[in-house]
Design a protein around this ligand. Structure first.
Ligand SMILES: Cc1cc2nc3c(=O)[nH]c(=O)nc-3n(C[C@H](O)[C@H](O)[C@H](O)COP(=O)(O)OP(=O)(O)OC[C@H]3O[C@@H](n4cnc5c(N)ncnc54)[C@H](O)[C@@H]3O)c2cc1C
Length: 393
């Protein structure tokens, strides 16, 4: 039996935040993209579900019902030792269930008239006919003039196009624990997230509250998998949950910190498929939304007759997103060297905390900080401040 054939101008593979945002933007611009996802929605996605204010600024204003905990405080520890808490006047982030958040974005696509095939897996891409591509899915053949890989960390679109956008892989391990198991101490995790740093190079641990559950996870370089598992076990004991056993879910986080190719001909990658998660913080939703918007703009221009518009996509990502990811990577490496000192500064002085808050809110970027970063001046400022704070004998 021959497979049914469909054709479209743009095929989007993957309906996470990147794919759903791209589909919506193209619909708004008058195109009729076809979006498909191998999972049946609403689907589970391993993620701490932290939506920073800078990500929120790229999302529809009626997202309200999907937002769960508003976070204004961060409790920090170094190597699971002594902890301190810093507070912000304004919200820093909100937590969401990825099941509900992603379903919300997909529903918005459906309501805008988008064609969404869930439970449909892309299996391979073949060249032709003409300048188009033919997609072989678990259900049918689809010919598309432009193909966008929004299919996450292990993108099959990237593989089929021969693209290798990822410089570094991180692994995230996460467990969902009912908050009542933590007894009294769980009440501290309503508007507060917990972060532990300095235990593993390039890694950190987190506790994010989301309604009645706590998301307890660790992330770090992929080759450190076994150490990460031990780190997670230590974290649970540290939180008084050593006896608890819940499924530990694992997922890859891809990092592109150099301008590796993320497009070839009429095939583009967005979000995790392009490796755009932040190396230091692990935040990936913001870049997924941002890259999807950049891709939408260039695809719309292409269909309006600007033939070079598609190839400008990579240049725009490398102008607007890559410098930020590179700077974050460099700060992360610096933190590995001066971890205990940086941690003490964060505890003692308000300035680094205020900068962190501004980054979370999108009012300052790692790229801007890097441009202004003068270690000599910073050192002098801290010296003066600590002299002022010292009691006079
Ligand atoms: C443990 C962990 C915690 C994290 N916490 C945060 C956080 O708090 N905040 C944050 O901003 N980021 C976080 N991230 C990163 C974030 O989850 C990703 O960066 C984000 O989901 C990327 O969105 P996306 O749309 O590019 O890809 P995804 O959300 O991964 O969506 C890709 C979609 O493609 C589909 N797909 C894959 N292959 C195929 C195929 N062959 N055919 C059809 N469909 C396919 C998948 O089913 C999926 O629905 C975390 C990641 C991990 C692992």
């Amino acid at each position: 039996m021959t497979a049914p054939v469909a054709s479209c101008e743009v095929a989007i593979i993957g309906a996470g935040p990147a794919g759903a945002t791209l589909a919506y933007e193209l619909l708004q611009g008058g195109l009729k993209p076809l979006i498909l996802d191998k999972a049946v929605f609403p689907r589970i996605k391993v993620c701490a579900g932290g939506l920073t204010i800078k990500a929120l600024k790229l999302l529809p204003p009626d997202l309200g019902p999907v937002l769960e905990n508003e976070i204004r405080r961060v409790q920090l520890s170094f190597n699971l030792g002594r902890a301190f808490t810093k507070a912000s006047q304004q919200p820093l982030l909100y937590t969401v269930s990825r099941q509900r958040f992603d379903a919300f974005l997909v529903e918005r696509v459906r309501q805008a008239g988008g064609e969404f095939g869930d439970g449909e897996r892309l299996e391979k891409i073949m060249a032709g006919p003409g300048d188009s591509s033919t997609l072989v899915t678990s259900r049918r053949l689809i010919t598309a003039r432009v193909v966008v890989g929004a299919d996450g960390a292990r993108s099959i679109v990237a593989r089929c196009a021969g693209l290798q956008p990822v410089d570094f892989w991180h692994l995230g391990l996460q467990m969902e624990v009912p908050r009542n198991l933590m007894g009294e101490s769980a009440s501290g995790f309503t508007r507060t997230i917990y972060l532990d740093m300095g235990t593993m190079a390039d890694g950190y641990a987190w506790v994010f509250p989301r309604g009645e559950v706590l998301l307890i996870g660790v992330g770090g370089a992929l080759p450190q998998g076994p150490q990460l598992k031990r780190y997670h076990a230590r974290l649970l004991s540290h939180l008084g949950l050593g006896e608890q056993s819940f499924p530990l879910a694992a997922h890859l986080v891809p990092h592109r910190v150099t301008p590796r190719p993320i497009m070839k001909g009429r095939v583009l990658l967005v979000g995790d498929a392009a490796g755009l998660a932040d190396f230091w913080t692990g935040e990936g939703i913001f870049s997924a939304l941002h890259s999807a918007r950049l891709a939408a703009r260039q695809i719309l221009r292409f269909f309006r007759g600007e033939t070079g518009a598609l190839s400008d996509y990579q240049a725009r990502v490398d102008r607007e997103i890559t410098p930020e990811l590179t700077a974050s990577y460099q700060f992360s490496k610096l933190f590995n060297y001066i971890g205990p000192l940086a941690f003490r500064c964060l505890e003692r002085y308000d300035y680094p905390w205020e900068v962190f808050c501004r980054v979370m809110r999108g009012d300052r970027s790692f790229g801007e900080i890097k441009k202004r970063f003068r270690p000599d001046i910073l050192f002098c400022k801290l010296l003066v401040k600590s002299a002022r704070n010292r009691p006079i004998a």
